[in-house]
Design a protein around this ligand. Structure first.
Ligand code: ADP
Length: 269
């Protein structure tokens, strides 16, 4: 703990004695360190594609100048590096918007069942391409919860996308919506959305850190899949804003289940 302690004598008018001020500097220092780490991470993530692009530009100006096949290949790579930078910037803007509004409660209600049906319809082609069969349960009818539709779409798209990217080898994706009567840390009933895959799973030691910005179990694999390392951080902040809960259960070799629990009402909070 970094503390600053100052001792000063009391003004004579107040009699004999002294004031002691103890200021805890550790929280402020920790926040500052996190901010520095974040800036360093962002710079690194942006620099990597930029360095690759600069290299290819030089090659195109020099050795590959008169080689049309090489030129096309390098332009394709530059295209995908530019797309990576775009994704990163879009995720950074999304994260910063979500964090800025995290203290405000969602003012609207959404139909959670319909929202999930729509997300699955949008992700259907990607699942099909990855050879993943989607099984859903409890998505019929209408389930009203307080929520921001755009943000909740983002949450479930990120989770389904992760299940396909990292858990797709299991060939199965389960999405279940169920009512929860009681949940620690949640006052009152809520609705749980479970997104489960039968992929390789995640070692327990990583689980507590998965929602940190830029934390990846396998950085190479994440980048190869087009990941920015910000998906679960965005999910966590949106769920916080909805006064909900996020749980990640996983077993190496057996698969991963991510559960988002949203309160049915925000009135009592
Ligand atoms: P990324 O952009 O790298 O996908 P995320 O924040 O969405 O970033 O996820 C962080 C890391 O958590 C991923 O890099 C991956 O290692 C791991 N992960 C997320 N979802 C799953 C899953 N369903 N199965 C296995 N690993 C996962």
């Amino acid at each position: 703990v970094a503390a600053e302690i100052t001792v000063a004598p009391l003004p004579p008018a107040l009699g004999r004695g002294a004031t002691v001020a103890i200021i805890d500097r550790s929280a402020a220092e920790e926040a500052e360190q996190l901010r520095r780490d974040f800036v360093a991470n962002v710079s690194h993530e942006l620099k990597t594609p930029l360095t690759a692009m600069t290299g290819f530009i030089q090659t195109l100006r020099g050795p590959a100048r008169d080689d049309p096949a090489a030129r096309d290949r390098f332009l394709d790579i530059m295209d995908s590096e530019a797309a990576r930078m775009n994704r990163l910037i879009a995720d950074l803007l999304c994260l910063s918007r979500v964090q800025a509004g995290e203290r405000s409660r969602p003012a609207q209600h959404v139909d959670l069942a319909m929202l999930l049906r729509e997300v699955l319809a949008t992700m259907g082609p990607a699942a099909h391409a990855a050879g993943v069969h989607i099984e859903s349960d409890g998505l019929d009818g209408t389930i009203r919860v307080p929520g921001d539709a755009d943000q909740l779409v983002q949450v479930f798209q990120n989770l389904v996308d992760n299940a396909l990217k990292y858990g797709g080898s299991g060939g199965w994706l389960g999405v279940r919506l169920a009512r929860i009567d009681r949940e620690p840390l949640l006052r009152g009933p809520g609705w749980a959305v479970e997104i489960a895959d039968r992929g390789d799973g995640i070692d327990g030691l990583h689980l507590p850190r998965l929602t940190e910005r830029f934390y990846r179990v396998d950085a190479h694999r994440s980048r190869a899949q087009g990941g920015t390392g910000l998906g679960l951080a965005i999910v966590k902040h949106i769920v916080n804003r909805h006064r909900g809960r996020l749980k990640i259960d996983s077993q190496r070799g057996a698969g991963t289940t991510v559960t988002v629990i949203l309160p049915e009402t925000l009135k009592r909070l």
